[in-house]
Design a protein around this ligand. Structure first.
Ligand SMILES: C[S@@+](CC[C@H](N)C(=O)[O-])C[C@H]1O[C@@H](n2cnc3c(N)ncnc32)[C@H](O)[C@@H]1O
Ligand SMILES: [Zn+2]
Length: 130
């Protein structure tokens, strides 16, 4: 249903290899489950490389896709995404926000606070910081 390829947004991205219907659970964001305190330390380290791998599960825990992650860790952010995330207990589902055509790059809103300072490249002129 999906494959990893070079992206026009940044680096690697994930693309639909067949049409995906709205609301379909596409893939789960895998990664080591760690406490928030540990994730703050790791994120500071990752930011030096310019890439974020940690996804907040709840106020206490985070999934770090750089340890035990799967293809979902290559899904880029967009301010006009075609996917959304749906957390069910410890599982972070990436789901289709609308019908997605074959060949489209999958994106979701990272919902970050801009602290990384990374400029969003989802479209020319986007002013968001990830
Ligand atoms: C989970 S990785 C996504 C895969 C990444 N493209 C790669 O090649 O490893 C997250 C990182 O990708 C980059 N990224 C994702 N979406 C982006 C966007 N809309 N604009 C700029 N960089 C983006 C940032 O460096 C971000 O920290
Ligand atoms: Zn953007």
């Amino acid at each position: 249903m999906i494959s990893k390829r070079r992206s026009k947004i940044q680096g690697w991205g994930v693309f639909a290899t067949r049409p995906i219907p709205k609301n379909k659970r596409i893939v789960d964001y895998a990664g080591e489950k760690i406490p928030t305190r540990e994730s703050l330390k790791r994120e500071a380290r990752y930011l030096k490389t310019g890439r974020i791998w940690c996804f907040k599960l709840n106020s206490r825990a985070v999934r770090d896709a750089s340890v035990g992650g799967n293809i979902a860790r290559f899904i880029n952010h967009s301010c006009a995404p075609n996917c959304y995330t749906h957390i069910v207990r410890d599982t972070i589902w990436i789901r289709a926000a609308r019908n997605i055509r074959r060949g489209e790059e999958l994106t979701y809103d990272y919902a970050t606070d801009g602290e990384s300072g990374i400029r969003c490249r989802c479209r020319p002129g986007c002013k968001t910081r990830l």
